[in-house]
Design a binder for this molecule. Structure first.
Ligand code: PMP
Ligand code: GLN
Length: 382
């Protein structure tokens, strides 16, 4: 039997490719974004207790009510948005799933979706599998700023949605107030939905403020805003997240969600609901992770790589165009095999494989891991 592929051009995600290669060659993995340090023992213990107390059956399909209430309180405190916990928050098995579900709920065949590249690798296949057409716009290199004039010129009667990601993976770019002004003007004038991927909301540095879509009523009324507990609490393997959207949009989101996942891991939801009392766990996160970024930056000065500054996320990008012409994919593979350090080639985040000779490094690691990694990297001379 032959299957007619819905995604004929899609291979295996670069994260799995590089992580598998890292395991095969016993390399230090600064590729895929996950921390190698222990998450909060308190949160682990809260989830354990939840299991021991019998919270092991299905919770409500939209998520544990207490968890949604706590998240609504957090939104009010941080973004001054009085979200309705009942109607506007849905707990999902991760941020990626939330993004997929929002696209599935909204897209009809032929709808166009504006996506900025480099783009997180799930966005384009998610649009295509739902019959949509990605309209790809490159961020300016090397600032990775949004070229708003190009956005304006790309709007057509079919433009249904614009996807945003701040702090941005892979570049660490963050939206500015000016970006929000431009966005407002465009989406209100042309009646466009927004999908805002804010999984790195707390991983933001240099005293910058996370400009969540949740802060602006004119934007929120047309938005799906997606989050990940995996990123906020350093437990990427738990795969739990949520989507906040106005009632009418959440209703459509839930129509898809209820027949795909229905309800998410219950003990983790009980544990996180209790842990949300601890505001320090997320308020201090940016400063803690910035220390790692700063330390990594300092170490990287001893290598031939040139910094492209990151203001958020788990990642920092470095250019090697001054020292080598090798393709970023080939270099990433060679560094893994021959030098024992895995990274992600940034061309993988472009549909047309634009290769600016840039690698992405995940610095959410123990200091000793970063030290060992750079010790190995120093040996590469281009
Ligand atoms: N969006 C971006 C930009 C990400 O980097 C991630 C992290 N993998 C996600 C969404 C989704 O996170 P998860 O599905 O692991 O919760
Ligand atoms: N978000 C992580 C990254 O960018 C990995 C997620 C995944 O492996 N799908 O590295």
């Amino acid at each position: 039997m032959q299957i007619q592929s819905k995604l004929p051009d899609v291979g295996t995600t670069i994260f799995t490719v590089m992580s598998s290669l890292a395991v095969q060659h016993n390399a230090i993995n600064l590729g895929q974004g996950f921390p190698d340090f222990m998450m909060s023992e308190e949160l682990v213990s809260l989830v354990n207790t939840a299991m021991q107390q019998g919270n092991n059956q299905y919770v409500h399909m939209n998520g544990l009510p207490l968890l949604r209430e706590k998240l609504a309180e957090k939104c009010l405190k941080l973004y001054n948005n009085n979200i309705n916990a009942n109607d506007e928050i849905t707990i999902t098995p991760g941020g990626t799933y939330a993004i997929y579900t929002a696209l599935t709920a909204v897209l009809n065949k032929g709808d166009e979706v504006i996506v900025f590249e480099p783009a997180y690798d799930s966005y384009i296949p998610n649009i295509v599998v739902n019959g949509g057409t990605p309209v790809l716009i490159s961020l300016e290199y090397p600032s990775y700023k949004i070229p708003w004039d190009v956005v304006r010129a790309s709007i057509t009667p079919k433009t249904k949605m614009i996807m945003l990601n701040s702090p941005h993976n892979p570049t660490g770019m963050v939206l500015s107030e000016e970006d929000i002004v431009q966005l407002k003007e465009i989406v209100t004038q042309h009646d466009i939905f927004i999908l805002s991927d804010e999984v790195y909301e707390h991983l933001i540095f240099d005293n910058k403020k996370h400009l969540s879509i949740l802060r602006c009523p004119e934007l929120f009324e047309r938005s799906f805003v997606c989050f990940s507990f995996g990123k906020t609490y350093h437990c990427t393997g738990w795969k739990l997240g949520y989507c906040i959207a106005p009632k009418a949009l959440s209703t459509e989101f839930r129509k898809v969600h209820q027949f795909n996942c229905f309800s998410c891991n219950s003990p983790a939801q009980v544990g996180i609901a209790a842990y949300l009392q601890n505001e320090n766990a997320y308020n201090k996160l940016g400063k803690e992770i910035q220390k790692k970024r700063d330390y990594f930056r300092e170490l990287m000065q001893a290598t031939p790589f040139k910094l492209i500054p990151s203001y958020g996320s788990y990642f920092e990008c470095y250019s090697y165009e001054d020292v080598s012409n090798e393709s970023d994919f080939d270099l990433a593979v060679r560094l893994t095999k021959d030098y024992g350090i895995a990274t992600i080639p940034v061309s993988s985040f472009y549909n047309n494989k634009t290769d600016n000779k840039v690698l992405r490094f995940c610095f959410a690691k123990k200091e000793e891991t970063l030290e060992k990694a750079v010790e190995r990297l120093i040996k590469w001379k281009g």
